[in-house]
Design a protein around this ligand. Structure first.
Ligand SMILES: Nc1ncnc2c1ncn2[C@@H]1O[C@H](COP(=O)(O)OP(=O)(O)OP(=O)(O)O)[C@@H](O)[C@H]1O
Ligand SMILES: [Mg+2]
Length: 329
């Protein structure tokens, strides 16, 4: 185990054993217990309580219908990570992956990352930092994001997307007893499981994969109304920043939003003037949040319904780990 640049691996067999005993409804009650580190909108990240695995974070993706799809995903995932590090200049935690096929024949891909301390991750850190600290953190996030859109502007062949949400960044060396974000502090970007980038205009990831975890009765609606919008959003600097700021509603610090809107506009006007981003209004953030919160609330509840139908009525397997109640304002 160990190693940099996509080389992080775990001993073969351990994940197979983990997978055999996994209780997706209650991961902590699995035969090899898992501790959830974070729920995203689509997937779950956890720590596996097993000797030698404690310092790793695992993100489980059970969305593939056949091995070939997983091979394709692996290629795009690794290319994306390399692009972010080598071309864009972001820092990532050490990372790697594992692949297996379950006894039921389901291919499962595991993203493996070095586990970062919980307090160092943006959505926790913003509750420890004062307003000035939060502003420094967000300014740093904006600088990292600018690298992506600078890269996109510099050349014609590639377009890279990222998700700027505050929960996607870890502050290197953050000390929760003396919470601060110094001028020299560095950020790691965590959220590489949705490797969105286009080569000569062609999306490399099959966006249909997002729809796999969606209830089958919903797939066509999502495909028609949401998929393209949701994907395009991540290629648009302004939209990514609105999303980042709107996050502060969900993370229960909405009082910071006016200051962050001002900060972002100041950043657009000075440090990112060459990118010509239209200023953001507080109103854009609020209406975006209302819509976004509704979409994900609606989506999660339909997934719960789908789980109920599949497991209770059809007595089938339901492979996804769903979050419990999410507190939102
Ligand atoms: N390497 C890591 N170390 C510690 N915690 C992590 C790590 N990676 C992720 N997490 C936790 O899990 C949460 C979700 O992870 P991540 O952002 O990668 O996925 P996501 O938001 O579920 O992505 P998506 O919605 O695109 O599937 C993070 O906000 C963080 O709290
Ligand atoms: Mg995330």
């Amino acid at each position: 185990m160990g190693g940099k640049n996509g080389q992080l691996r775990v001993e073969e067999g351990i994940l197979e054993e983990f997978e055999r005993g996994l209780n997706p409804r209650r991961p902590e009650a699995s035969r090899i217990p898992a501790r959830v580190l974070g729920y995203g909108e689509i997937s779950t990240v956890f720590q596996i309580t097993h000797e030698g695995l404690e310092n790793l974070a695992f993100k489980r993706l059970p969305v593939f219908r056949e091995k070939r799809e997983m091979d394709e995903y692996r290629r795009v995932y690794l290319d994306y990570n390399r692009l972010l590090i080598e071309e864009v200049g972001l820092r990532l935690p050490d990372y790697g992956y594992a692949e297996l096929v379950t006894e039921q024949g389901r291919p499962v891909f595991y993203i493996i990352q070095e586990r970062m301390p919980a307090e160092s991750i943006g959505n926790r850190a913003i509750h420890l930092l004062d307003e000035e600290g939060v502003c420094s953190l967000v300014r740093k996030v904006l600088r990292e994001l600018r690298k992506v859109w600078d890269f996109n502007r510099e050349q014609d062949r590639l377009r890279v997307a990222v998700d700027g949400q505050i929960s996607n960044w870890s502050i290197v060396g953050f000390d929760h007893r003396h919470p601060r974000v110094d001028e020299g502090a560095e950020l790691l970007y965590l959220d590489t499981s949705t490797p969105l980038f286009r080569v000569d205009g062609v999306e490399q990831l099959d966006p249909e994969l997002f729809l796999r975890s969606a209830p089958s009765f919903l797939v066509w609606i999502l495909r028609m109304f949401f998929l393209e919008d949701v994907v395009n959003r991540y290629y648009d600097f302004r939209a990514v920043v609105i999303d980042l700021i709107a996050n502060f509603y969900k993370e229960q610090r909405p009082e910071l939003i006016p200051a962050l809107v001002e900060l972002a506009n100041d950043f657009f006007a000075r440090e990112a003037a060459h990118l010509r981003v239209r200023p953001i209004r507080a109103h854009d953030v609020a209406s975006y949040y209302r819509e976004d919160a509704f979409i994900w609330w609606f989506y999660l509840n339909l997934r719960r319904l789908d789980r109920f139908l599949r497991t209770r009525l059809l007595r089938k397997e339901y492979p996804y780990i769903l979050p419990g109640k999410i507190r939102r304002r």
